[in-house]
Design a binder for this molecule. Sequence first.
Ligand code: GTP
Ligand code: MG
Length: 444
Amino acid sequence: MAATDLERFSNEEKRNLSLGGHVGFDSLPDQLVSKSVTQGFSFNILCVGETGIGKSTLMNTLFNTTFETEEASHYESAVRLRPRTYDLQESNVHLKLTIVDAVGFGDQINKDESYRPIVEYIDTQFENYLQEELKIRRSLFNYHDTRIHVCLYFITPTGHSLKSLDLVTMKKLDSKVNIIPIIAKADTISKSELHKFKIKIMSELVSNGVQIYQFPTDDEAVAEINSVMNAHLPFAVVGSTEEVKVGNKLVRARQYPWGVVQVENESHCDFVKLREMLIRVNMEDLREQTHTRHYELYRRCKLEEMGFKDTDPDSQPFSLQETYETKRKEFLGELQKKEEEMRQMFVNKVKETEAELKEKERELHEKFEHLKRIHQEEKRKVEEKRRELEDEMNAFNRRKVAVETLQSQSLQATSQQPLKKDKDKKNFFSLPSACSITSGRHVN
Ligand code: GTP
Ligand code: MG
């Protein structure tokens, strides 16, 4: 290859060449269609609206079938998301349709947290998809994609304005899902009131910065119809699965004593417009927007939260490997810091326990010394007592001996001078030693 050719190719310049004959890659779109048809499609609709607003009836009317429905009670303590998946087939196209009902929406006295379970449900589906994408062995080909492609927001036909619950909920959801607002039970509102109501709703959405799904106008094939339909938002719909004879035709309608509201009559309501926009024209765009806009935003925030980034602070490309290494270092650093903190904590604890033990030991020692002093005092007292008793015993013994001596002397005297008995007796008692016999202390 010549040097100039090489330069040209390295700068990624492309040359237009013409083919000499039929090659066959013009069949690529057909191959794609065939592959998609074989694979089947999934579409997930979230219905948000107060209990009994007509969600199930509208779903049945839209898909012309009867899905399982359970009337929700008005006594749910919190909003609960109930998904149900169905396999539908039209011609050779398989559709895995999931309808998620926000059961109990608007029934709680305190509605501050009503939006939270809905946001959490949407995020969980994104998270599941992200986890599948991050797996080493991914199976996105046959993964059941449960991400919500569209949220049909049922507005109560009050004719006044949106409720703050509607505005708050839609605001919380608008960056996560394609919202199509619809006025439910539109047969209960008069034509002139409906017109004003639509204008009011749209101006309230704009003034509160709520982004609703706009039917795309960049594809020439659908640009015109989509831009016309954008002007009709929010669609005012009527749902019914009941068939009523109008002329010689059976049509789905709601029959009243004063007349019949035909679901598919465009002068009666916007049901046909909704079906056209939601299913027949923009279903693929809703799926694509979910993936390229809402999921992408979730993924970016999540990965950034985890520390991944595309460029470093100097705006240089930053690879996944580098992010991993940086994160690993950060993690190891943190681990070391934690280890050091724990070691320090342990040392402090040991020191504290040691000090406590020492204090206890000192207290015990003091107690022991105190007891020892008491014991010695007691011992001294007992010793003193013993000495006193011994002294008393000695004194007693001495007195005893003295008495015995006197007794023996008196006996002797009695036997020698029996006649002078009385006189001697008197003498004896007058002797100072006799006094000392009665009082031991004088003996000493
Ligand atoms: P839950 O699932 O219990 O929250 O109710 P829902 O929102 O699914 O409402 P559902 O479709 O069960 O309808 C409740 C009642 O409203 C039924 O009696 C329906 O016949 C009636 N209904 C449904 N759609 C319309 C409508 O477009 N106009 C009028 N007037 N009534 C409707
Ligand atoms: Mg229902």
